[in-house]
Design a protein around this ligand. Structure first.
Ligand SMILES: Nc1ncnc2c1ncn2[C@@H]1O[C@H](COP(=O)(O)OP(=O)(O)O)[C@@H](O)[C@H]1O
Ligand SMILES: [Mg+2]
Length: 260
């Protein structure tokens, strides 16, 4: 049971956005995708979620996603898109209920409130979604995808959370809260793939990290293996220094100028 992407290629018009990417994510792990703006992170997530045409193969829990019906996909994986806003005047609770309807917990009406409570926004249930701040809206959208795959394991199969920059507009406390939610989901047997920008949060929470650059996978491994001066400086095209407190601490990344 895993999520396996093989030789994924995507072209937009004539431009190759992904040039043959492999990625294996295991249940129990938080797998991070990092890389510079435009390196193909969102495109890779869209291919994995079968939401754009691609060449290659994606296997979800042992089945080719091309062979899965949309309701089967919705039951097995929930997708948090990058910075999505809804145009309709739904309340926060109604937005979360939308996730419930497309998932498998449809007979559990208590789940949306529990999901809102999980992101610390139960008291905002009746607020109009459009009135929320960017960070609050992002957490409501996370509650929505949590409601969709509420049980990390169902029928002996892992459920998958696919998150595109889930902490991009959050303050530090809520960044930690959301990463804890992702890690708890994985530790309970689900799988998480998260596109991340913050390399230090990635080092703290990811079990495996894929680094993309220009539509290729530059590195894939544990944070200690891939968050190195050399790999990061090549990926981002700027001088970065990685340190780790002794003896075997979590790596942390500093821009070169700040580190000297
Ligand atoms: N719908 C699209 N049409 C044309 N080009 C696109 C489209 N979406 C993304 N791209 C291009 O593909 C590349 C990868 O984009 P994306 O996957 O969004 O990058 P990232 O998420 O890593 O910032 C970029 O060069 C981007 O401009
Ligand atoms: Mg993106």
């Amino acid at each position: 049971m895993s999520l396996i992407a093989e030789d994924i290629r995507v072209t937009y018009g004539k431009r190759e956005a992904l040039r043959g990417i492999d990625l294996t994510a295991l249940p129990g792990d938080v797998t991070a995708i990092v890389g510079p703006n435009g390196s193909g992170k969102s495109t890779l997530l869209s291919a994995i979620t079968a939401s754009l045409p691609f060449q290659g193969r994606v296997g979800l829990n042992g089945r080719d996603i091309g062979a899965l019906k949309s309701w089967e996909l919705a039951a097995q994986r929930a997708v948090l898109p990058q910075a999505s806003r809804l145009a309709f005047p739904f309340t926060a609770l109604e937005v979360v209920r939308l996730g419930l309807q497309s998932g498998t917990a449809g007979d559990k009406p208590e789940v949306p409130m529990q999901a809102l409570a999980r992101v610390g926004l139960a008291h905002y249930a009746n607020r109009t979604f459009q009135e929320l701040s960017g960070g609050e809206a992002q957490r409501v959208m996370l509650a929505r995808v949590l409601a969709q795959v509420w049980a990390p394991v169902e029928g002996g199969q892992p459920r998958w959370l696919l998150l595109d920059e889930p902490v991009s507009s959050l303050d530090i406390a809520h960044q930690l809260q959301v990463m804890e939610i992702a890690r708890d989901f994985a530790r309970a047997g689900g799988g998480v793939i998260a596109v991340m920008h913050d390399l230090n949060l990635t080092a703290l929470y990811a079990d495996r990290v894929a680094i993309l650059a220009e539509g290729k996978r530059l590195a894939f491994g544990s944070p200690t293996e891939v968050l190195t001066d050399d790999i990061l400086s090549r990926a981002y095209g700027c001088a970065l220094r990685v340190s780790a407190p002794p003896p075997q601490g979590v790596p942390y990344v500093l821009p070169h100028a700040a580190a000297v």
